[in-house]
Structures are given as structure tokens and as C-alpha cells.
Design a protein around this ligand. Sequence first.
Ligand code: ZN
Ligand code: ZN
Length: 324
Amino acid sequence: MVKKKSDSSGEIAKSHFVRCRYCGQKNNVRDDYKNNDANCGKCKLPLSNEPHKKFADLTKHEYIHPADSKALAALRAIPGIDTALRKFLAVTFEAAMRVNFMASAVKITPKQYPDLHAKLQVACTTLGVDMPDFFLQQNPLVNAFTFGMERHVIVLHSALIERLNDEETLAVIAHEVGHIHAEHVLYLTAARIFELLTRVSLSMIPGGELAKFILNTTIASALLAWARRAELSCDRAALLVVQDPYVVGKTMMKLAGGTFASKMDYEQFLEQGREFQKHCDENQLDNFWANIINAGQTHPFPIWRVAEILRWVDSGQYGELMKK
Ligand SMILES: [Zn+2]
Ligand SMILES: [Zn+2]
């Protein structure tokens, strides 16, 4: 449909509708508009006539990182682990965490931060996941996380949306939705709680004997080793949603180097990633992770993650999935 309206110079500019490739919203644009010149009024993502793939029946086995499945299999081989973790989370923190976010963070809905809500919808429809609860919390630490067994909850820190542009924000939301799609949430919630608990005494933890079972070193180290590797699978899920490796790489670059990413050289950053991977074998990485966890960080190594995601693209697996 063609409409006419006046532009600032008073001349009549012709306009037409472009349907947002991400969320499906109809947007009115000028006829001389080019791809990515304007953003969608609903999800705020760049408008273009490029297609956007939605996966009808994606299974986690189609994109999961081998290091993730290997570490998860080792974790699941511990007798009674699933039941123990479920009980532990039920008696300890799930309810408390949920109340905490209800009380201290802003719940994102179609009327509250509608563009973030629309981005979550884009990620969920692309991967085929039910909408979780979604919160934005004031926090200067650039981070996002997912928890909750009874009902999944995704939390974004305010610093994250202040630093990232709309496409990069979608990449982070899609990474979190990936944790749900890849069935990580039980173990992820446990890992997160474990990280918090390393800083308090065992006697303060509700759940008594159960807590001691969960917090024994075998389980804890299996859990934490897995949690780092799970990130790699979800970076792949993020790529399946944003459908542009450059956006995922640039998001990592900002996570590594802060907001001044416009002054950073992306090619140099990729080179740094390749260097890192060359010098770090698996064992060294495990030691490194231990140090990082002790320093209280949950999503380490943007450099390494970007090298991993590019390796996946180079392997051809990403391209195969996009053609499916
Ligand atoms: Zn849109
Ligand atoms: Zn993650």
C-alpha cells in the first residue's frame, strides 16, 4: 500500500509498508528507505527485506556443543543427581529468588519495556520455546541469567541494555532462551546457587543433609565445569536467532571491551580469539575457569566464545541448519 505524507522540507514523500522480518509488525517507511535504515516500531530491530528463519522443530541435539553434552553426561552419571538437585532447589532458593525479582526488579510485559518483550517473543518463536517470565533489574554488572524449574525466569541487568544496541540485546536474550531450549535450567540454577553459596557457611544453608550432598566437591566441580561449557551451546542458539555471526561477535567484543566498541577493530579481536584458542588446551581452560569462578564471574571468556562460534560457522553446521 502506498501512502503520502509531508517530510520536514514540506515536500510530499511517498511511503510504503515493510513487515518486520523479526516480529511481523507492519511499519510505514519512506519509499527511498534502504535495508537497515529504519527500525521496527515494535521490537526496535533494524527493518529489512531479508528473510528471517523461524525453526519449526529444532532439537537441542542439532546445535549443542560437544563439550556441553560430554560434561552434562558426566554430571548426569552421578547417582540421584536430578532428584537431589530438584529437591534442593525446591527447599532452598527458587521461591526466594522469584520473590526477590518480583519485589526488586521491573517485570517486562507488552506494556512495560514493550520492545524488550517483543525481542523475547522473537527469540522464543524462532527457537520454539514457551515465553518465560522476564525481568529487568538495576545492576551495573553487565549480565543476564535464567533460572526456575517451576516456571522459567530470565533476568537482564540494566547495564546490559545500556551498553548494547537492539540486535546485540536480542543476541543476549536469545542466548538465555537457548538455556531453556537446551534444557539447561535445572543445572544452571544449581550452579548459580552454588556460586552464591561458596561465599556463605554451610550451616546457614537450608536443606541440611541435602545441601551437603549437593555441595560435595565431586558434584560441585562437575556442575561448574559443565556450566562454562553450556555457554557455548547457547551462543549457538543466539546465532540461530540473530542469524548474523557478526552481531554475535560484536556482542562478545562489547562484553569484553566495554561500550567503546566502535573504536575497536573487529578483525583484531577475532585474531585475539584465534591466538587464545591456540595457546589454551582443555586442562588450562579448566584451571582458568576455577580462577574466574573464584573471582565471582559467571560468563567468562568472550574472546574464547567468539572463536568457538566462528569455528561452528566455519564447520558448515550453522549453514546446514539455516537451510533446513
Ligand atoms: Zn519488529
Ligand atoms: Zn548463559
